[in-house]
Write a protein that binds this ligand. Structure first.
Ligand code: COA
Length: 153
């Protein structure tokens, strides 16, 4: 798997992955997204220094995305999606591991946080397998975190 920064040429794939029914169901915001507002959001995202979007490619084919949003000087929030037709083949596991290690190596933040709906059991399994630990939870959501190894006690 290769991982690279997203560019404008990825706008439509990201839109397709973001609006697929499973992603919508498990997203924290289930609001319908139009292509126009997505393109505006994506252009702004590419210029946003506190946001990093990476694309995974397998044999030259786009397989998924991982996004990091810096929330303060210590932590960033992650979001991940695999191309719908490529799910369930271990791509999410590889992408999450590679994305987090690349991010922690190159940016100053030390903790990556994910907020996951409890009904999204595949994601909870995925983040657990990649070393994320539960930080807090309520009836609907669970917050999981991964600390940079260098800063772990
Ligand atoms: C969540 C997502 C990124 C996982 O990516 P993936 O490539 O499908 O995941 P993997 O194939 O690496 O599988 C991860 C784990 O889930 C399990 N799994 C995958 N698909 C499954 C399915 N349909 N049913 C049951 N378990 C499944 C795998 O067995 C694996 O568990 P294991 O580590 O115990 O073997 C992907 O399904 C996706 O894009 N979903 C929509 C968006 C989303 O939910 N994003 C996360 C929001 S927090």
């Amino acid at each position: 798997m290769k991982i690279r920064f997203a560019g404008l040429e990825d706008a439509e794939d990201l839109f397709r992955w973001r609006t697929d029914p499973a992603t919508m169901k498990f997203s924290l915001s289930e609001e319908k997204i139009e292509l126009g507002s997505h393109l505006k959001w994506f252009r702004e995202s590419l210029a946003n220094k506190k946001r990093v979007i990476m694309i995974a490619e397998l044999d030259g084919e786009k397989a998924g995305m991982v996004r990091f949003d810096e929330t303060d000087d210590k932590s960033s929030v992650i979001s991940i999606a695999v191309s719908p037709e490529m799910r369930g083949k271990g791509i999410g596991t590889e992408l999450l591991g590679l994305g987090c290690s690349t991010y922690l190596k190159n940016w100053k933040n030390k903790t990556i946080l994910a907020t996951i709906k409890k009904i999204n059991v595949i994601s909870i399994k995925l983040f657990t397998r990649c070393g994320f630990k539960t930080r807090s939870e309520d009836d609907e959501k669970i917050v999981m975190g991964l600390d940079d190894e260098k800063t772990r006690d």
